[in-house]
Design a protein around this ligand. Sequence first.
Ligand code: SF4
Length: 420
Amino acid sequence: METKIVNPAELYRLPWTLPDNGISWLEPTARCNLNCYGCYRKNIKDSHKSMEQVKHELDVFQELRKTDCISIAGGEPLLYPNIVELVAEIKSRGLKPIINSNGIALTKELLHELKKAGVFGFTFHIDSKQGRGRGPKWEGKNELELNELRLYYAEMLAAEGGIACSFNSTVYGDTLHYVPELAAWAQKHIDIVHTMVFILFRYITPDLPYDFYAGDKKIVFDDIHYHSNKEEVTNLKAPQIVAEIRKKAHDFTPAAFLNGTHKADDFKWLLTERIGTKDKVFGYLNNKFIEMVMEVYHYKNNRYLSYASPRTLSMGKTTLLILWTINKSIRSALKKYLGYLAANPFRIFKKVYMQSIMIIQPVDFMPNGDQSMCDGCPDITVWKDKNGKDQLVWSCRLEEPMQYGEFLHTVPKSKEELKN
Ligand code: SF4
């Protein structure tokens, strides 16, 4: 049998479903202060929703779906004038507010206000195709040079204290080779960087062998928001990212995944959890560890875990010393940790942390034209359909119902069309 880079049989299928999930996605605004190349959403100037509207969307989530956190996204949520009030509102509902931001509008004062309001974490989207031309500092910087900016935000959060820090980075064909160094950078800052997310670039290009339809009306390719007429690599898959990371971290081992709606062995969300210090990884936690965490958390809280707190993630030593009796991957990490201590007993004073690496592989096209989405989409959002009914829809394709009143379906191009 062929050896797979990632074998679904060895992974835990994350338990997230439509009605019971770790995450839900709220967009208080579609306005942004950047224009990222890989963005799924149009930048709309006058698009701030009223507090009544966002409260209503929170009601819809709470009525239809168990959720652990609310990702406050957009647009750039820090441009939303009621952002502090919104964070407090989410917190008051017993949910974790996570702000998905490019960071530009974040000041220490605002961060402090948000902390007081109950923000649980930030996910900063930073990559080299965001057109960060404001001030020459980040213009034209590559992924590794941008680590200085990532560190700036991680340290800002750490100084405020008790806020989870994640980074999103879109991976393009020509930035794939930076991924091992980015993963290594995250490990070097395991004390203040809690999650690193690699999102595979997804756009449609003219060589895609499908036509797009709204009902029976064929859609002009150039009208679809996430299209590019440039030559682009649009078929990156999660196992490629794993293979890339392994060039530097040879034993990098994912533990859990979400499959595709149309393909059982597509790794739409692929989660790896590691345990270590800033200078050494002791091991990768396995499928059983994630299963145990998810099920215990659900039993206790009646919902699945999304983000863990910085405090929990800094309890690596306790995890090693208590859970080795019941989990094989922790036993093996503990062995490495004891070897590390034997070489220098003073290392006992170093903290041991846990850190997540997530790889997200968005929409895949099936040969018959079906589009395979994340099965149990965590980033689902609320959209009012043409009959005024609230629907939960994929945020990565929200532009479709907004522009055409419905999701587009794809049909394979005819042989004649492909010849032209
Ligand atoms: S289906 Fe789209 S919106 Fe949902 S998790 Fe996957 S990429 Fe995100």
